[in-house]
Design a protein around this ligand. Structure first.
Ligand SMILES: [Zn+2]
Length: 234
């Protein structure tokens, strides 16, 4: 299968689904991280925004190497994302190229506007990539399903639907995360401590050592039919 994780900033895809990504990459599946922006405006005091952009992309490449996945950083600007036809077309075209079976992205509610927009862009691109009526560089239409995953900034009303055992991948996940300066050194949030603790807590509930979680988009957990799912009356 092909898995694509789309995050607003370099680091989001990794923290949200890095261990799941590593699990599928190890098993021989094709996994790609797509970062809409580098997240360059969280720059350290002595590093310019432009220098930090270069640094974050370099860090994202190291993280991808540790996790055994591919990574793409688009050139949109941090904290300046907009939901318009240009970005939807660009992401839809990229999805027709990558042909994911499954996409993972941000939850719909967030304290960061870029995260909210990223989830909306993935949803709009799903429709555009899937409709044959859109000619996108002559590429065949491709429809993907998508899930949301956990980010400390996106926790309002986030209740997990799916727990994935990542016990065998978690040490590599933490090692990969430590390649990011902001995860180890941010003064505004204790990233490393939070995500180590989160994987542990989700693992407790999953009855495994560690776990990462996913959530269905609103409405897609609805089942329609003639019987109770799993108890069909012929
Ligand atoms: Zn972010």
């Amino acid at each position: 299968m092909r898995l694509v994780v789309v995050g607003a900033h370099c680091g989001d895809a990794e923290i949200q689904a890095g261990a799941i990504a590593h699990k599928y990459a190890k098993a021989g599946h094709e996994v790609t991280f797509v970062h809409l922006t580098a997240g360059e405006k969280g720059n350290p005091p002595d590093v310019s925004v432009e220098e930090y952009r270069v640094q974050k992309i370099r860090e994202s490449e190291k993280v991808a190497e540790v996790l055994g996945v591919s990574t793409i950083t688009l050139d949109y600007k941090d904290a300046e994302l907009t939901l318009d036809d240009e970005i939807v077309t660009r992401v839809a075209t990229l999805m027709r190229k990558l042909k994911p079976n499954v996409v993972i992205t941000h939850w719909e509610h967030s304290i960061h506007p870029d995260h909210v927009l990223c989830a909306k862009i993935v949803q709009a691109a799903q429709l555009k990539a899937g409709l044959p009526g859109f000619d996108l560089d002559g590429l065949p239409a491709h429809y993907y399903s998508y899930y949301h995953s956990e980010n400390w900034e996106d926790m309002e009303e986030y209740v997990p639907d799916v727990f994935v055992d990542v016990s065998d991948e978690f040490e590599t996940y933490l090692k990969a995360l430590s390649e990011y300066w902001f995860i180890m050194n941010s003064k505004s949030f204790r990233y490393y401590d939070y995500y180590k603790a989160l994987g542990t807590v989700r693992g407790c509930v999953n009855r495994t050592k560690y776990a990462q979680t996913l959530k269905f988009p609103i409405g897609t957990n609805v089942r329609k039919g003639g019987s109770i799912p799993g108890y069909e009356i012929k």
